[in-house]
Design a protein around this ligand. Structure first.
Ligand code: ATP
Length: 430
């Protein structure tokens, strides 16, 4: 293997540094950091380059906001020298020879990694990594279009270096893994590939299908850890956004990836689930949207929830809640409004949205709750009630509940009406 790697002849494309840096939409602090890093690499006689998405996006003329710097040889020595010339903080480093760097003025984060090779000892297990040449670093990557690098220092200063026909694959819109065992080693690459396919409207190269068959054969998706499966699926929402979800999920379905991954997912429900997410997206924080997406995938099934790395205590709570609602649907629907609202108050938005999908009888009520009722509260607070002469204690809670009920039913509109209502309660009690 090493001999063939040594023998690889790179295709080189000259690109002026200023042109390359211009396409990275970076704050000046980050640009200056790159320039200083280049200076240090030149002084130490080491190859420094940008890798991955930035080079691909440059060729596609698409903006890129990440900085993934790679240095051949030890990153520790390199960072020590760089520290003398530039102010930054190393936020953390990992076993994978990677460093997360914080630039203090702008808060911008840069990834710096040591050029590395990887050995996969088990199907779908995390690899053992070792310091390596840039060629090995290129060949450990997921797809040819992501294996392009841009040299900042000799031997390839100001050049895009292509060892794997990534440029021609980009031109032909082809998504090609670097070798046929690629997805056996790391099945998350298939989910990554689906994201690139949808994002850049690519076609799968023949090798993609072959590598996928090998991964399915080796049960690589089943062997993928729950936490990695969860993080990878979350990137559908985090990186690609909800508008791409229908295509992403239908790609997964076309390869039966969910069942290969040990997830029992009903295709029709999934399509409905995306529509449901869209309906609620405006009232969800990014975190709530992610949670709702996972719950929709899982569908309150214990095994699915486990596969998506939910903690046991949360799984118990979710399954119990679903069963409670399912078996008591009629009584929930016939509760007085305040009773239903108080019940829903105890449940987070993501769970309510998933319930509205899997118990469609509740959909209208949950929608009304999330868009309207959950925001209806009396203007009077506990402190105001004390000022009206109510002793601190249980009574305050009871009156607040009554006030909320009156507001929900539309019988109280203004603060003055609330005060009058409280006084009438006190009067009738005395
Ligand atoms: P994006 O635009 O989605 O950020 P990216 O290509 O920059 O795309 P990252 O997840 O930031 O994606 O990864 C950076 C680079 O690291 C990739 O371009 C690829 O070369 C490599 N890489 C990331 N994950 C893997 C993986 N699982 N297997 C092999 N190489 C990977």
């Amino acid at each position: 293997m090493t001999n063939t790697i040594q023998g690889l002849k790179p295709k080189l494309l000259k690109v002026k540094l200023s042109d390359f840096l211009e396409h990275l939409k970076l704050p000046d602090e980050a640009l200056n950091f790159i320039l200083k890093a280049k200076e240090v690499a030149e002084k130490q006689g080491r190859f420094l380059y940008l890798a991955g998405g930035e080079v691909r996006d440059f060729l596609l003329k698409r903006p890129s906001y990440d900085v993934d710097l790679v240095i051949e040889g030890s990153a520790t020595d390199f960072l020590e020298e760089l520290k003398r010339k530039f102010i930054f903080e190393v936020l953390f480093s990992s076993l994978f020879l990677t460093y997360k760097i914080l630039l203090p003025q702008t808060g911008f984060e840069v990834d710096l990694v040591t050029a590395r090779g990887e050995v996969y000892e088990d199907v779908a297990a995390l690899p053992k990594v070792y310091q390596a040449t840039f060629k090995e670093d290129v060949l450990r990557r997921d797809f040819t279009i992501n294996a392009l690098i841009y040299g900042l220092s000799p031997p390839y200063p100001e050049m895009i270096v292509d060892l794997v026909s990534g440029i021609s694959d980009l031109e032909r819109s082809l998504l090609r893994p670097l070798h046929l065992r690629s997805f056996v080693d790391d099945p998350t690459r298939v989910f990554r590939g689906i994201r690139y396919k949808v994002r850049f409207e690519l076609n799968y190269a023949e090798e993609f299908y072959q590598a996928l068959s090998q991964a399915i054969e080796a049960q690589a998706f089943l062997k993928l850890s729950a936490s990695r499966l969860r993080s990878e699926l979350l990137l559908f929402v985090k990186r690609e956004g909800i508008s791409s979800l229908p295509r992403l999920l239908s790609e997964c379905q076309s390869f039966d990836l969910f069942s290969h991954s040990g997830l029992g997912v009903d295709g029709e429900k999934l399509v409905e689930g995306i529509e449901t997410l869209k309906e609620f997206v405006e009232i969800l924080s990014p975190r709530e949207l992610e949670d709702a997406f996972l719950l929709i995938l899982a569908g309150f099934k214990r095994e699915n929830l486990k596969r998506l790395f939910f903690a046991d205590s949360i799984i118990d709570r979710l399954v119990k809640l679903y069963e409670e609602f399912r078996t008591n649907l009629q009584s929930v629907l016939t509760l007085p409004l305040i009773g239903r609202v108080l019940k829903f108050d105890k449940i987070d938005k993501a769970t309510l949205i998933a319930l509205s999908l899997y118990l469609p009888e509740l959909r209208k009520e949950i929608k009304r709750y999330l868009f309207v009722y959950s925001k209806v509260y009396p203007e009077l607070k506990g402190g105001d009630l004390k000022e009206l002469g109510i002793e601190p204690g249980k009574q305050i809670g009871e009156i607040l509940k009554k006030l909320r009920e009156e507001k929900l039913e539309g019988r109280l509109k203004t603060k003055d009406e609330e005060i009058a209502f409280v006084k009438s309660l006190l009067y009738s009690a005395s």
